[in-house]
Ligand binder design. Structure first.
Ligand code: NAD
Length: 298
């Protein structure tokens, strides 16, 4: 069935996601503040509109893919997106935002007579282009099932994680595991180096023993053992360090809000922020091995 979709935020992620919805036969009415982003999406089958409100008017589903929670809340409320949509419209926010902002967006959406789903993604720009993203969704069962065919056109997997904000919660918890485990793997390589252990020997043992994890076997932070990992191409992302810093910042916000003293999660957020603001600004997050090696040698 053809769905009329208003798609707002046609950047690195939103552009190819909107294009995949159009390629699946849906009518996609898009908007972005940046004219070049709108033009690229238009060339890929998205209908250009003159404003976010215009994109939302008459849509069955409104999808947003924006930088942060403040953009989503400002667009929904101050910029009148909720007011522009017809009653009962399903709002699907795929941006990665604070859990509290996601819950506020749900509340504002339902108060305006609409329905809401938070559905952040993992898989990066490559996944957005290839329609292989994983969606983590929060909201009602009915809303999730209604969105499922659209999520299937943009990704390979969608998990319903619970009520409002549960998708964002799942995303930051997963990325907290990833961020901490990359630091653990990197510190182990630095320790191994100081003990005269080759990268390959440590990899051969840990990759088939209890140290096995994605940070080691898919995104190995040292060149050599896993030829496809970013370390073998000068740490070109991959998953960029600033995005890891952002996601761990969201995890740290949630930890503080909940009064949870998770020492490693909070420390990892600080470490990726420092790395992303310095030498890691354009690197894959696994490049943090350099910062850890430098700190060990200081
Ligand atoms: P991006 O900056 O490329 O795209 C965001 C777009 O939103 C921009 O084109 C911007 O002009 C537009 N925008 C902002 N405010 C707007 C408004 N009021 N109206 C219309 N358009 C507006 O960012 P991105 O890399 O596409 O990331 C989008 C979201 O996806 C972020 O929340 C990010 O954390 C998340 N995410 C990104 C990746 C990735 O690898 N890039 C991976 C997973 C999740």
């Amino acid at each position: 069935m053809t769905t009329v979709i208003g798609f707002i935020g046609l950047g690195h992620m939103g552009g190819p996601m909107a294009a995949n919805l159009a390629a699946a036969g849906h009518r996609v009415r898009g908007f972005d503040l940046v004219p070049e982003a709108l033009a690229t999406a238009t060339a890929a089958g998205v209908e250009a509109t003159g404003s976010a409100r215009e994109a939302a008017a008459g849509a069955d589903v409104v999808i947003t893919m924006l930088p942060a929670g403040r953009h989503v809340l400002a667009l929904y409320q101050d910029e009148g997106l909720l007011a522009a949509a017809r009653p009962g419209t399903l709002f699907v926010d795929c941006s990665t935002i604070d859990v509290t902002d996601a819950r506020a967006a749900h509340a504002a959406t339902t108060a305006a007579g609409h329905r809401a789903l938070d559905a952040p993604v993992s898989g990066g720009v490559v996944g957005a282009e290839a329609a292989t993203l994983t969606f983590m969704a929060g909201g009602g069962e009915a809303e999730f099932h209604e969105a499922e065919p659209l999520l299937a056109a943009m990704g390979k997997r969608a998990v319903h994680c619970g009520g409002a904000g549960a998708g964002q919660a799942a995303k930051i918890c997963n990325n907290m595991i990833l961020g901490i485990s990359m630091i653990a793997v990197s510190e182990a390589f630095v320790l191994g180096e100081s003990l005269g252990l080759s990268h390959q020997a440590l990899y051969d043992v840990a990759s088939t023993a209890s140290g096995q994890c994605w940070a080691l076997t898919a995104n190995c932070p040292v060149p050599g053992p896993v030829p496809t990992s970013p370390a073998n191409r000068d740490y070109r992302p991959g998953f960029a360090a600033p995005l890891m810093a952002k996601d761990l910042g969201l995890a740290a916000n949630a930890l503080r809000a909940g009064g949870i003293d998770a020492g490693l999660g909070l420390r990892a957020a600080e470490m990726y922020t420092a790395f992303a603001e310095g030498s890691g600004a354009a690197q894959d997050f696994s490049g943090i091995v350099h910062a850890l090696r430098a700190a060990a040698e200081a």
